[in-house]
Design a protein around this ligand. Structure first.
Ligand code: GUN
Ligand code: ZN
Length: 570
């Protein structure tokens, strides 16, 4: 039925993305936080949440069905934005068996006109045996399959517990479905601060899920986790925590939780805390106090979502996530999980960013660093090191991330002294950068003749690279990498197909020649080594050059997305 390419990426930083999610004729921005509204005990009205920044809410269809409420859920909640419903699986995790089947819950969700319907999945507990976890996961996959063709927008939870092969099997089974994909069964991990396993589960799911679909981290409602979960590719969150924490007089902040009793100063400037002040809140009777703390918790959560979005936009989500990890030793330790996912993280790592900053020891495991260290080993031509935050060949000292790193003055002075002993030559430098940016095969294909250089009049640095008199590359000041010229693109076509290429179908041929951006839906193939932000040669299916562009997606994404730009044409 009527599934209309619901998700589009507008901006990104590695696995983190700024997206637009279309549900029916409404749309919401991601990363997105959906407050959980319990229809029976609602501390804050859905209509009041809008003003705090709420675009979409989630409620529980199982509770509605048990209470015999069978009206339009928007009317029941007093909310005219999109409403997602959960199915009762979480109740089965807490109370044991539930009363209604998958079919009953799905038809009920349709009856109450919920915008996103969740199947009744089987909650895999972290300590389930492999046999139990496997049976639950296979049952979940089979329920997804039986629901898929009869329902509008579905949420299909990925189960599998702590068994990565089961998570993989579930995510892969969903690959061709257009739906929302919540990562399920993780609430017990968050409740007991098992963050290393949580990150492990998230990255395993992300590795195998269809990259063009939105991913929801089920039950993730603490603002201290939003930056980290977004960094690892989660687009949607839901929070029941804002009211559960409030009921226990606990204040949520972006770097942790504080009991009311531990707050003796006015440390928060949200509208609630500014208006009332902590002493006034302490003096209130329970119902009123809890309601205000719930509002503080919700406002703090939306504020953190806005910070996350802003950080993604500025290429700073790693900094924000690392700072959040520093708020809690368990969380910082959990960050260790990224060492196991180096390949995945490097695969989605952009060529460069506006800045390259680190926050501490854990920054050395960022894909920006691991990839640069690995690749730059091949670019070591002059045999000379320029000391940066990590050893860097002298040829790459203006190239991202080395050139953009902030170095202490004393280190910088030492590096300059080393350089005076031997500057790499122009050709050494150009070859090293080309190898770092495109790989050794492409460097040879590009720089296969007599090289001459045009220098900047301002700072005497190389600007343009000519090969046998033809302009093939320009060197950018911002990140120290090359912009490819048509002449350079032609040379790259000597490489075996589809290396360095993005292949588009006939519908995109004319627009690409005219300089219009290439949409993902027109891409038929691409180099699997394509790096986000890097130069690519756009060709038609006869391997004829159409244009030079900059990739905004990796190959799997270009092939999976039905919406959005894959290549920005120069
Ligand atoms: N809420 C929190 N975790 C889960 C889960 O695994 N499945 C469903 N359906 N809801 C949840
Ligand atoms: Zn506050």
């Amino acid at each position: 039925m009527d599934k209309k390419h619901m998700f589009e990426i507008r901006d990104r930083d590695g696995l983190a993305r700024l997206g637009v999610l279309r549900i029916g004729n409404r749309q919401v921005d991601t990363p997105l936080l959906m407050p959980v509204i319990n229809p029976n005990i609602s501390m804050i009205k859905a209509s009041d949440m809008k003003e705090m920044g709420c675009e979409m809410v989630i409620t529980n269809a199982y509770i509605l069905k048990k209470s015999g409420i069978e009206k339009d859920v928007h009317e029941v909640l007093g909310f005219d934005g999109p409403v997602m419903t959960d199915s009762g699986t979480f109740q089965s995790h807490i109370y044991g068996d539930i009363e209604f089947s998958n079919e009953e819950m799905l038809s009920f969700q349709q009856k109450i006109r919920s915008d996103v319907n969740t199947i009744v999945d089987e909650f895999v507990e972290p300590d389930d045996s492999y046999e139990v976890a496997e049976r639950k996961t296979m049952e979940t996959i089979s329920r997804a399959k039986s629901a898929y063709n009869n329902c509008k927008t579905l949420a299909l939870p990925v189960q599998g517990g702590l068994y990565s092969d089961l998570r993989k099997r579930c995510a892969k089974a969903y690959y061709n479905y257009e739906a929302l994909f919540p990562i399920g069964g993780v609430v017990p991990l968050m409740e007991s601060q098992r963050y290393e396993e949580l990150i492990d589960v998230v990255l395993t799911c992300k590795h195998y899920l269809n990259p063009s679909m939105p991913v929801h981290l089920f039950g993730c409602g603490h603002p201290m986790l939003f930056a980290i979960a977004s960094l690892f590719g989660c687009d949607l969150f839901d929070s029941a925590a804002y009211s559960k924490f409030a009921a226990e007089d606990r204040f949520m902040f972006e770097n942790g939780t504080m009991p009311l009793s531990a707050i003796s100063e006015d440390i928060c400037s949200c509208p609630v805390c500014s208006k009332h002040g902590i002493e006034e809140i302490k003096g209130m009777e329970k119902t009123e106090r809890v309601k205000l703390i719930a509002e503080h918790n919700l406002r703090t959560s939306f504020q953190e979502i806005r910070r996350v979005r802003n950080a993604i936009k500025n290429g700073r989500i790693w900094e924000l996530a690392e700072i959040r990890a520093r708020g809690n030793p368990a969380l910082l330790y959990g960050f260790n999980a990224i060492k196991k996912y180096k390949k995945l993280l490097e695969h989605y790592e952009p060529l460069s960013r506006k800045s390259s900053l680190g926050t501490g020891a854990e920054s050395f495991y960022r894909p920006m660093v691991t990839r640069a260290v690995k690749k730059s080993k091949d670019c070591y031509i002059s045999g000379f090191y320029h000391q940066s935050f990590v050893p860097c060949p002298a040829e790459l000292r203006y190239t991202y991330p080395f050139g953009q790193a902030i170095m202490p003055y004393t280190k910088r002075a030492k590096a300059m002294e080393n350089l005076r002993k031997r500057e790499p030559g122009d050709e050494e430098t150009i070859r090293a950068i080309a190898r770092m940016q495109f790989g050794a095969d492409a460097e040879r294909a590009l720089l296969n003749g007599e090289l001459t250089f045009v220098r900047s009049r301002k700072n005497n640095r190389i600007r343009n690279v000519m090969c046998d008199g033809e302009h093939i590359l320009s060197l950018r000041a911002e990140d120290g990498y090359f912009t490819l010229k048509l002449g350079g693109g032609r040379k790259l076509l000597d490489l075996p197909y589809p290396r360095m290429r993005v292949v588009v179908n006939r519908d995109s041929e004319e627009p690409a020649r005219e300089g219009k951006n290439v949409f993902a839906k027109f891409v038929v193939d691409a180099d699997d080594k394509t790096i986000i932000g890097n130069e690519v040669v756009v060709v038609n299916e006869n391997d004829e050059l159409l244009a030079i562009g900059r990739a905004l997606m990796v190959r799997e994404e270009m092939l999976a997305f039905k919406r959005g730009i894959a290549i920005k044409i120069r």
